[in-house]
Design a protein around this ligand. Structure first.
Ligand SMILES: NC(=O)c1ccc[n+]([C@@H]2O[C@H](COP(=O)([O-])OP(=O)(O)OC[C@H]3O[C@@H](n4cnc5c(N)ncnc54)[C@H](O)[C@@H]3O)[C@@H](O)[C@H]2O)c1
Length: 327
């Protein structure tokens, strides 16, 4: 087997924009909504407290025809070691033969496809006149979610941001200034200060088994879209359960996760309280309101990974990037 191995640096050298990633992530959602995606709920192991290593296989059919699996870890304890929270590899298969075609870094993919999914969600659920976003948790996801939201919503002017660590907040501001030079970035002294008055709030803090859920409903304005990329770690359950529309990225994954008895317990929406998932929205099967309280839980699904990996592989093949290894 000849396998193309692509490093993170090589992926970065391809210069893929978040707008391009949003396009493929949205297409993946649409195909999922049309029933053309095979996407089992992710399974995982937990070698340390609050740490996971997940296996995320997926086949996207229809006009895409791409298959693969991501093997990805999330270790909150890595922050103390100066190491990234997320690491992993992505394996792309040839759907015709099953052969592995490529192995590539999964950190870049995870970072940008997750931000992109938030951007796509905002395109379908945010008030298009939204001017202010709030971001809580200013690590890798804080950055990519900010950039994607700014690209998805044309009227955004102000970014309000909060992290428990001032050093993280300062690093974030420096990076976002380069990514989005035209935006006002306000670093806030508390979560409450950050989220007050925001049109869209996204939380990107570590996922934990016993969350504090520290974002209170009364801090959010009524017309607000609350997006969690950190499961149920940050938003109080009532924000999601009393929303006039609650959407997740994949209903099957959400309900399966809830059944495991760890996440989305204690008041988070049950099956009858879910309007639908992003697949339904992107395939035009449901419509979400653009005003009032809206909630979304985006757990991250494998269709984003294979769609993004496919985009990377196409560009890498075109430009002769990566190392061909015989296995
Ligand atoms: N849904 C998805 O598809 C998806 C994909 C990747 C990562 N994630 C999740 O996103 C979260 C962030 O991942 P990351 O790679 O950005 O991690 P990261 O370690 O780079 O960033 C996390 C940030 O949150 C901050 N933080 C911790 N507790 C906080 C609190 N109470 N209030 C405010 N800030 C706080 C940390 O200081 C850090 O800056 C994790 O929960 C991760 O599992 C979700």
């Amino acid at each position: 087997m000849e396998v193309r191995v692509i490093s993170m640096k090589e992926i970065e050298s391809l210069g893929i924009s978040v707008v391009e990633v949003m396009e493929v992530v949205e297409k993946g959602f649409r195909l999922k909504g049309e029933g053309k995606v095979e996407l089992p709920a992710k399974i995982g192991i937990h070698p340390r407290h609050d740490c996971f290593i997940h296996a995320m296989p997926c086949f996207v059919g229809g006009e895409v025809d791409a298959a693969g699996i991501k093997w990805v870890s999330g270790y909150p304890i890595n922050q103390g070691k100066g190491l990234p929270y997320i690491s992993g590899v992505m394996c792309v298969n040839d759907p015709e033969t099953g052969f592995v075609k490529a192995i590539m870094d999964a950190s870049w993919i995870t970072a940008w496809r997750t931000g992109a999914a938030t951007g796509v969600c905002a395109r379908y659920m945010a008030d298009p006149d939204s001017e202010t976003i709030a971001v809580v948790g200013l690590g890798v996801q804080g950055r990519t979610n900010t950039v994607a939201l700014a690209k998805a919503l044309p009227n955004i002017k102000v970014i309000r941001a909060y992290d428990v660590y001032e050093s993280q907040a300062a690093k974030y501001k420096e990076t976002i200034r380069k990514d989005l030079p035209e935006f006002e970035i306000i670093l806030c002294g508390s979560v409450e200060e950050a989220v007050k008055g925001a049109d869209v709030v996204v939380t990107c803090t570590p996922i934990v088994a016993n969350p504090n859920r520290f974002v209170k409903s009364e801090w959010l304005k009524e017309d607000c879209l609350a997006i969690a990329v950190d499961y149920d770690s940050a938003f109080k359950a009532e924000i999601m359960v009393k929303a006039n529309a609650f959407v997740c990225d994949d209903k099957n994954q959400y309900l399966w996760t809830q059944k495991q008895g760890v996440y989305f317990q204690k008041g988070y929406p049950t099956e009858s309280e879910i309007l639908g998932d992003m697949g339904d929205l992107c395939a035009g099967k449901i419509k979400a309101p653009r005003k009032g309280r809206r909630g979304a839980v985006l757990m991250g699904i494998a269709s984003h990974d294979i769609m993004t990996a496919n985009l990377i592989l196409e560009k890498a093949q075109e430009k002769g990037i990566g190392k061909i290894v015989e296995i």
